[in-house]
Design a protein around this ligand. Structure first.
Ligand SMILES: *Cc1c(COP(=O)(O)O)cnc(C)c1O
Length: 440
């Protein structure tokens, strides 16, 4: 499909507008439409993200393969060891695994017995370790869906506003898919994030401002001829992108032996991941792949960027924007798009939203490394730090099955632990010197 002129609309961009108008349709597996999360209005699949009726956010609606849970489970289990084993539940074509992509997912679910002992957890404690993805964060899952949508809609440039990990994931996925990329980040990110975002060869633009400034800039770019024909994975492709987070829910349940956990602790940046994990769990129940039972969802933020936990604790439905100031830069979104939905899910499931300060983040990173050999980035420190705080406050039940997400790799945020992680001793190469150091 050729890239055509962008219509002058604030809610849509790209070639599929004209395709939809002309009555042609794209095929994205079991996805049948986009539906408004506020008013339920439906729209044909296209690169649109806001409801033309009420401006509410759109999400993918499906015709899911119900009726034969055993057959579906066998089909999934026979699939590849990556997210495409769940292709029947995602907005992607059936032959997606044959295309050039990074094949993320099916990361380890680590039973964290040492950590459980340390935290006084007597039930099962698991870490879902997404640092094992191709670009070392959970973002490869969401970008993989956006790439399929971009292919379907005929976009040739991939873009995004990013807190760091997303730009790397987009750069790598675009390189593999043979697309151009041009990504946007705040100017003050960690070196590990900047290098990873640049090394795959796409254009990377650092903007003098916060993530929220970057995001606002990208929204302007979408309505401008300069951004014509571009697929912004987390803006005009956001409904498809967001679905990638469902694969975390699917994997966790499958890896627990097709069982729902009792409690999940999930980090919040925009809140998209948390809301789609809930969507994924509900689908598994609806499809009969897991036994229906209650589960609680807990959200984790850094104190220096805690708009959602602040609203949760105050009993508010509205999330008031904040100006971020935290070492957990990947979670530093001061005006989270999915904030109100996160509040709703935490309250509906009987969960909570909590925050920890930077010192507690660093302590948690080191605790996880020391007990389980997993080196998490600051976002993982936030999530484990909040888990520890919720256990201490009696909000999390230590006797149940709990899953804590680690969404990124500590090698990208070395500065957080570098000041307190160095050699135990520096010595001359002699046995005398080693004995003198007192380590023998
Ligand atoms: C982006 C990101 C998240 C959360 O993203 P949402 O916007 O809430 O979906 C969590 N952890 C890491 C490491 C991330 O990069």
């Amino acid at each position: 499909m050729a890239v055509q002129a962008v219509e002058s609309s604030t809610t849509s961009s790209g070639p599929a507008d004209s395709a939809a108008a002309a009555g042609s349709s794209v095929s994205l597996g079991p996805a049948v439409a986009l539906s408004c999360r506020e008013c339920g209005e439906r729209f044909p699949l296209g690169p649109i993200f806001a409801c033309a009726e009420c401006f509410g956010p759109l999400e993918v609606a499906y015709d899911l393969p119900t009726g034969d849970p055993e057959g579906l489970r066998r089909r999934i289990e026979a699939g590849p060891n990556n997210i495409w084993r769940y292709a029947p539940l995602l907005p992607v074509p059936a032959d997606v695994a044959d295309k050039p992509n990074l094949n993320p997912g099916f990361t380890k679910l680590v039973k964290a017995d040492n950590l459980a002992r340390e935290l006084g957890v007597t039930g099962e404690l698991h870490i879902k370790d997404d640092s094992g993805n191709p670009t070392h964060s959970f973002k490869d899952r969401v970008v993989a869906q956006a790439v399929e949508a971009a292919r379907a809609f005929g976009f040739t440039t991939l873009s995004c506003s990013s807190t760091g990990n997303l730009a790397g994931a987009v750069g790598a996925a675009a390189a593999r898919a043979g697309l151009r990329s041009c990504t946007f980040i705040p100017h003050d990110l960690e070196q590990g994030k900047v290098v990873m975002a640049a090394v795959y060869g796409g254009d990377l633009v650092a903007i003098e401002g916060t993530y929220d400034d970057v995001n606002r800039f990208c929204s302007e770019l979408i309505g401008d001829p300069a951004g014509e024909g571009w697929g912004f994975v987390n803006v005009n492709l956001r409904p498809y992108y967001a679905e990638g987070s469902k694969t975390l829910a699917y994997e966790i349940c499958e890896q627990l032996g097709w069982r729902l956990p009792d409690q999940l602790v999930i980090p919040i940046a925009s809140g998209s991941q948390l809301t789609k994990i809930d969507k994924g769990l509900k689908e598994l129940i609806e499809l009969g792949l897991v036994e229906d039972k209650p589960y609680k969802i807990f959200g984790a933020q850094a104190e220096g960027c805690s708009p959602v936990s602040t609203a949760f604790k105050a009993g508010h439905d509205v999330v008031r924007p904040q100006k971020p100031n935290t070492i957990a830069k990947s979670l530093a979104i001061g005006n989270p798009a999915d904030g109100p939905y996160v509040l709703d899910i935490a309250r509906r499931t009987g969960g909570a939203v909590e925050d920890v300060n930077d010192e507690q983040v660093v302590d948690a990173i080191k605790l996880l490394a020391r007990t389980e050999g997993i080196f998490a980035e600051t976002a993982g420190g936030v999530t484990l730090g909040v888990t520890r705080k919720l256990l201490e406050n009696g909000v999390l039940d230590p006797t149940l099955t709990t899953v804590v997400l680690n969404t990124g790799d500590g090698l990208k945020t070395l500065d957080a632990v570098a000041p307190t992680s160095g050699p135990t001793a520096v010595i001359r190469p002699s046995l005398d010197a080693f004995r003198d150091a007192g380590l023998a």
